[in-house]
Design a protein around this ligand. Structure first.
Ligand code: ATP
Length: 227
């Protein structure tokens, strides 16, 4: 039996804003895999969204923190915000591994993000640095389509307590694709709704809805409306 070794998850994102898709997925991952800890990582300068203005890190950090306050097992880390320059996931994973060498980390990301992994900084090293878990994203197949040079092997038979698929990455790390329900919510659709003065209740935690209103986020025209 391939016993699961993961003891904590890293879930990074721009979180502009943190929404119920992020929150619900983090809860599903935590419960499905029985993880005691999920660390949310608001990024400083997301290297994958060049040219897109992003709200100030202090706002994005505050919204993620408000959303999970009161949920045991959730933490929000400011390591990427404090670091100068772009938020490279490899640097983050290396920092967490150094700081807590006894923890087996799994890096959580949407299936859409994994499809672009070959554009990430030193992605082959990143894929060898920890295990990965893909979240379903509407419009993206959950089964990973690896970049051309990446050979991944499906594991058979499936031997975990949850349903879904798992793969071996080059270097021996695992890629988990649990069958979780997809939630069609995105930060960009929320920004667009706020800009159009539409209601975002149900799409973001109430704390985030209040924060957006209190700070007047996303009201400006186009993506320049971010603060
Ligand atoms: P934007 O619409 O601005 O591109 P986003 O909604 O994708 O933003 P991010 O902060 O960029 O939010 O996402 C962080 C991570 O969470 C990414 O790996 C993304 O794929 C994943 N993610 C975001 N929304 C969902 C969702 N509804 N379901 C599953 N994964 C999600």
């Amino acid at each position: 039996m391939g016993a699961i070794r993961i003891s904590a998850a890293l879930f990074g994102g721009t979180f502009d804003p943190f929404h119920n898709g992020h929150l619900r997925m983090a809860i599903e991952v935590r419960e499905t895999l029985g993880l005691p800890r999920i660390v949310l990582l608001p990024s400083h300068h997301p290297p994958h969204k060049p040219g897109h203005p992003v709200s100030e890190a202090q706002h994005r950090f505050a919204m993620a923190s408000a959303a999970v306050s009161g949920f045991s097992g959730f933490e929000v880390s400011d390591v990427e915000i404090r670091r100068e320059g772009p938020s490279y996931s490899l640097t983050t994973v290396q920092e967490f591994r150094r700081a807590e060498p006894g923890v087996d980390w799994v890096f959580v990301m949407g299936a859409d993000s994994f499809g672009e992994i070959s554009t990430w900084h030193r992605y082959e090293e990143l894929l060898a640095a920890c295990d990965f878990l893909l979240l379903p994203r509407t419009g993206t197949p959950l089964s990973p389509a690896p970049p051309a040079r990446l050979h991944i092997e499906k594991e058979e038979p499936h031997c975990y307590s949850w349903t879904g698929e798992s793969y071996r990455l080059p270097g021996g790390r695992r890629l988990y694709c649990p069958a979780l329900p997809a939630l069609d919510i995105s930060s960009s659709s929320i920004r667009e709704k706020v800009r159009s003065r539409k209601c975002i209740r149900g799409l973001v935690p109430s704390e985030v809805e209040e924060y957006i209103a209190e700070h007047g986020l996303y009201l400006g025209s186009g993506e320049e409306g971010r603060q």
